[in-house]
Design a protein around this ligand. Structure first.
Ligand code: GTP
Length: 295
């Protein structure tokens, strides 16, 4: 299945419930009071959020053309587009996965390992979430599936030491990509943020520019709550990209637009299912087309 087909399938609920209705309301028309209210409601219900919704409507009004639908499409693409590609600039390239428990971090680390392997890269997966024994086992299963090397210590071990080992291993064995699966929960928020910073400090001793990417994993199903969590992480950690997971499980996929607009951080990948191939590099145009016109 091509990327666009994947987007279409993954966004089916959001399209059928909300976005798919927009074309018949706006195509070939100007935005008037009545259509404006209809669109506003659809956007808000799909978790686009108040701020982004008002911005979108304002932009359509300013566009002042005869086709409000095309104007809307353009605004959505503008909001979502920018720095969406993950470019491997240095070797070994270190990616840190952060986010709350259950957001899909470990699964996404595994899917990313598969994605890079398929693109001819050798991968090291580091089980830095030592808060939960199951997370370590889960990552080991992904290691088997993807041919990635797993670096893990026992439950409760120092996560920065594991990250350090993983980076060392990658340097000495000339591996291409290191993916750090960090903890999503510790006893306090302060502990968690301290731990993430410590991991960064420690790996910088080996590779100055690492981590090259810090990907914040957000569960789309949690909608506006996920956005609030993201704001907390953003305060403490330099996030370089978002992975929005479980888009297939929600009708409120409009959260992608709220995230891009309010956080100003590019979406780099989206999770469109539980399977190993269900993680896709983000493409704003394909995403918007799949959102608005699936059929
Ligand atoms: N439908 C769907 N399910 C997903 C997607 N991504 C992850 N999941 C599921 O979400 C659940 C939680 O994923 P995990 O990877 O365990 O989440 P986590 O953030 O690592 O959580 P902890 O390991 O508890 O820290 C699993 O059942 C995954 O299969 C997605 O894109 N679509």
């Amino acid at each position: 299945m091509g990327f666009f087909e994947k987007f279409k399938k993954g966004l089916q609920k959001t399209r059928e419930t909300f976005f798919g209705k927009i074309k018949s309301i706006l195509k070939g028309k100007k935005l008037d009071e009545e259509t404006k209210e209809e669109i506003e409601e659809l956007l808000i219900l799909s978790d686009v959020g108040y701020e982004a919704t008002e911005y979108i409507l304002e932009r359509i009004e300013k566009a002042d053309g005869d086709d409000a639908y095309e104007a809307l499409k353009k605004v959505l693409i503008d909001i979502l587009r920018g720095n969406n590609d993950l470019i491997i600039s240095d070797l070994p390239f270190v990616i840190s996965m952060v986010g709350v428990n259950g957001s899909g971090k470990t699964t996404t680390a595994g899917k990313l390992a598969s994605y890079f392997s398929k693109n001819g890269k050798s991968v090291v997966l580091a089980a830095c979430d030592t808060f939960r024994a199951a997370a370590i086992d889960q990552l080991k299963v992904w290691g088997d599936k993807t041919n990635a090397t797993i670096i893990a210590h026992q439950e409760g071990a120092d996560s920065a030491a594991i990250a350090f080992d993983a980076v060392n291993h990658a340097i000495s064995k000339k591996k291409d990509v290191v993916i750090l699966d960090t903890a999503g929960r510790l006893h306090t928020k302060k502990n968690l943020m301290e731990e993430l910073r410590k991991i960064n400090r420690v790996i910088k001793k080996k590779i100055e520019n690492a981590p090259h990417e810090v990907l914040l994993v957000i569960d789309a199903v949690t909608g506006q709550n996920g956005l609030q969590q993201a704001k907390v992480f953003k305060e403490f950690v330099d996030i370089t990209g978002i992975v929005l997971t479980k888009l297939d499980g929600t009708a409120k996929g409009g959260i992608a637009i709220a995230i891009a607009k309010e956080l100003g951080i590019p979406i780099k990948f989206v999770g469109l299912g539980e399977g190993i191939d269900d993680l896709k590099p983000f493409d704003a145009e394909d995403f918007v087309n799949a959102l608005l016109e699936g059929e």
